[in-house]
Design a binder for this molecule. Structure first.
Ligand SMILES: Nc1ncnc2c1ncn2[C@@H]1O[C@H](COP(=O)(O)OP(=O)(O)OP(=O)(O)O)[C@@H](O)[C@H]1O
Ligand SMILES: [Mg+2]
Length: 235
């Protein structure tokens, strides 16, 4: 079924940690939205870990997001702060003499946030990642008043990380639209019991369970979302 979007929807994608599948899940959600006939856009406002190219610094997350969206956004619109070192963003910014602030980042993000029916903004690492001495990426989500989607990298320790992340977002006053179980550990013992434990304790919809995938293409990930639940975030 093709959806006709009546309002523009945008979400902040956070995760239980770095490397839990935020980018892959975000790309899968963007493909699922495009398959429903929605226009899509994406942001990775701060990326630490970039390659030097003839066009400038490029980050693989931002490039993947750029490759799946429908809107023809320039790289710099998707990723205004490309930092070379793959280290904590506030330290990378300090080393590279860049100044990160919620105020400036919000300005960059606002333009893109109104450009498509469905937009995802990927954070960096987890919820409380510093931008500078005072602010964190959570402050950017708050400033933009974005509802949040939590990607849970299902591995040992994830229940604690998921509950702490959920509690922190609620304490920050933002709605949590749902969570995605992303099975990043191919050898996870009692996998189903862990997912059931998360479902029982997170009082928000589970938008999908993505298994460990040999083919990690966004189009494949798009098949693993709960049709009914994602429809609610698209509409
Ligand atoms: N379901 C999955 N099955 C197999 N591999 C996966 C799965 N999800 C993610 N991966 C792999 O795990 C790695 C981390 O994924 P991804 O880059 O999406 O994480 P991230 O949370 O966005 O990381 P970062 O904090 O750096 O932004 C990638 O190599 C990705 O291909
Ligand atoms: Mg990422």
């Amino acid at each position: 079924m093709t959806l006709k979007a009546t309002t523009k929807k945008a979400f902040f994608i956070t995760g239980t940690d770095t490397n839990v599948g935020k980018t892959l899940v975000a790309a899968g959600l963007l493909v699922a939205a495009k398959n429903k006939g929605l226009t899509t856009a994406a942001l990775k406002p701060v990326a630490a870990g970039c390659e030097k190219t003839d066009e400038g610094l490029r980050n693989s997350d931002a490039l993947l997001l750029q490759s799946v969206i429908t809107q023809p956004l320039a790289y710099e619109q998707i990723n205004p702060y490309a930092l070379e070192a793959a280290i904590a963003p506030h330290i990378a910014a300090q080393q590279e003499k860049r100044s990160l602030s919620v105020d400036r980042l919000s300005g960059f993000c606002r333009g893109v946030l109104s450009s498509a029916d469905f937009t995802l903004l990927e954070g960096a690492g987890g919820w409380r990642v510093p931008l500078n001495a005072r602010e964190t990426l959570a402050d950017l989500a708050k400033n933009l008043q974005l509802p949040v989607i939590i990607v849970v990298g299902v591995r040992l320790g994830c229940i604690n990380h998921a509950l702490l992340t959920f509690e922190a977002i609620v304490r920050d006053g933002l709605p949590v639209a749902g969570w995605v179980a992303n099975c990043v550990d191919p050898d996870m013992p009692v996998l189903q019991e862990n997912i059931d434990s998360l479902r029982a304790r997170l009082p928000i919809p589970c938008l999908g369970v993505v298994p460990f995938l040999a083919d990690q293409s966004p189009a494949v990930v798009a098949n693993y979302f709960d049709e009914t639940e994602v429809q609610k975030i698209f509409e």
